[in-house]
Ligand binder design. Structure first.
Ligand code: UD1
Ligand code: CA
Length: 488
């Protein structure tokens, strides 16, 4: 028989302004390792199997709620920022209103902040375990720092039990020397909502302090327990952009370390940035300066060259992306090579063993097995059959100024350099297109299309031209002057 587990409800406090970010974006929406800060808290809550997650919004509420619209969370608006105690009350009241009568009974309540993205769900799991094992009414997540300035300090009694929390503003010099601090993460029993209604604002800041719950629980005859963090960085928040950069660096290191353990080579990990959502196969190699974003998946043995950026793309096994390439929304088949300086835009699908060279741009383009586009091309809204060779400077002109048109190019086609294929066009299998053609008619299978002005050579033209400019040629172009002499 599995043990009965009480439901867990989570209140995430995210109404604060974050003035020092000096930003139009609410603080909790600033991205860290690719996702808005607040979504890290939501993710941690959901990893714990939370029954309900309520996010308390205030500053920039519309923006925050819109950003979390697909996350299966509830929202509670805190119209005025009257302190953490008041914010919690807004959240817990919204929760009870959403639950059937008595639904809150017997639930554990977890409080998280929307601006501490480094907190690990494994830490929260251990804290929850401890809270339940002790049958605790209130568990505080605490940390220890040599200097805990800014935090509420944990004051313990002679027996070592947690007695109270003293805020920085209210602390005596002696209390300021205490290194144990309150992280602001709490686990409480179902009385929390009712007790929070009794919190007052008689303190240095005139705010409703959520930390007052501790005294209220103690008045009920309950002891508070502290669960101590081994790594105090986990509850680090960001007050300004420098703090944001610190969070980013710590999370990036954590993500990079995870990939290295799983068999990925990172050449200079400090300069490689991999968003949390990215999936990497074994023996992937990432050169310095690589950025991998969004729903990107790299198969085994993929190499991504220096300073390439890959977003929402799938690279199958053995793909090589060379330096300075930019891929977005692309699917690259096994064994293909791309770059350097290539740009694959959304809707690009490359078959196996495709070769894309420098300064080639593709968009909504399907290139079958073995297609080669080695240099300087634009391939938009096009389908290209197997083994076709796209010459340097080929442009598929997909836009007529108003609409986009689609082009089909068969297999085994040879497109000569500097050709323009004016969409919508069909080019049959095994056709040839002469270099420099402006292809404005369809090309049948096996045919050669020549669509360019016929060459005309005008004998003696240069001698007449430069001869008319002889004075200038003698001054500025000594080689040509000699050549002109020899013609006389
Ligand atoms: C609070 C704790 C302090 C703890 C610290 C940890 C109180 C009284 N003090 O301090 O003991 O060491 O967190 O960081 O709780 N928020 C709202 N609405 C409000 C006020 C705050 O949603 O009216 C949110 C903020 O957006 C933030 C969180 O609550 O996510 C904490 O607020 P903050 O002002 O940083 O708390 P402190 O007073 O610094
Ligand atoms: Ca704070």
């Amino acid at each position: 028989m599995t043990a009965y587990r009480r439901p867990l409800d989570v209140v995430i406090l995210a109404a604060g302004q974050g003035t020092r970010m000096n930003s139009a974006l609410p603080k909790v929406l600033h991205p860290v390792a690719g996702r808005p800060m607040v979504t890290w808290a939501v993710k941690a809550a959901q990893a714990l199997g939370a029954r309900n997650v309520v996010v308390v919004t205030g500053h920039g509420a519309e923006q925050v709620e819109a950003a979390l619209a697909t996350q299966h969370v509830m929202f509670a608006r805190q119209e005025q920022r009257l302190g953490t105690g008041h914010a919690f009350l807004c959240g817990i009241d919204a929760l009870s209103a959403a639950l059937p009568a008595g639904g809150q009974e017997d639930a554990d309540v977890l409080v998280l902040y929307g601006d501490t993205p480094l907190l690990r769900s494994t830490t929260l799991e251990a804290m929850l375990e401890d809270h339940r094992a002790r049958g605790s009414a209130l568990t505080l997540l605490t940390g220890e720092l040599p200097d805990a300035t800014g935090y509420g300090r944990i004051i313990r009694d002679a027996q070592g039990e947690v007695e109270r929390i003293v805020e920085q503003k209210d602390a005596t010099p002696e209390q300021e020397r205490v290194g144990e601090f309150n992280s602001g993460v709490y686990l409480m029993d179902s009385r929390a909502g009712e007790l929070a209604h009794r919190i007052g604002n008689d303190n240095a800041a005139g705010e409703y302090y959520l930390t007052d719950l501790l005294g209220l629980y103690r008045a009920e005859g309950e002891a508070a327990h502290a669960f101590k963090l081994t790594d105090p960085d986990e509850v680090m928040g960001a007050n300004d952009r420098a703090g944001l950069a610190d969070l980013e660096m710590i999370l990036r290191r954590r993500i990079n370390a995870r990939h290295m353990r799983a068999g990925v080579t990172l050449q200079d990990p400090e300069r490689i940035s991999i968003e949390d959502s990215v999936v990497l196969g074994r023996d992937v190699t990432l050169e310095p300066g690589v950025i991998l974003r969004g729903q990107t998946v790299l198969g085994e043995d993929v190499t991504v060259g220096a300073y390439s950026v890959v977003t929402d793309s799938v690279l199958e096994a053995g793909v090589v992306v060379k330096a300075h390439s930019v891929l977005e929304g692309a699917h690259v088949g096994a064994g293909s090579d791309v770059g350097p300086f290539a740009r694959l835009r959304p809707g690009t699908v490359l078959g196996e063993g495709v070769h894309i060279g420098n300064f080639v741009e593709t968009k909504n383009a399907r290139l079958d097995t073995g297609v080669k586009a080695g240099h300087l091309a634009y391939l938009g809204d096009v389908q290209i059959g197997a083994e076709t060779n796209v010459g340097a400077g080929t442009i598929v002109a997909n836009y007529d100024g108003v609409n986009k048109h689609h082009t089909r190019i068969g297999a085994g086609v040879f497109i000569g350099s500097n050709s323009t294929i004016i969409a919508p066009r069909t080019v049959g299998d095994a056709a040839f297109i002469a270099a420099g053609s402006a292809v404005h008619d369809d090309v049948p299978e096996g045919a050669m299309a020549v669509a360019r002005g016929k060459q005309r050579n005008i004998e003696g033209w240069s001698r007449r031209y430069w001869g008319g400019l002889r004075d200038n040629v003698q001054k500025k172009l000594p080689w040509l002057a000699g050549w002109l002499e020899r013609q006389d």
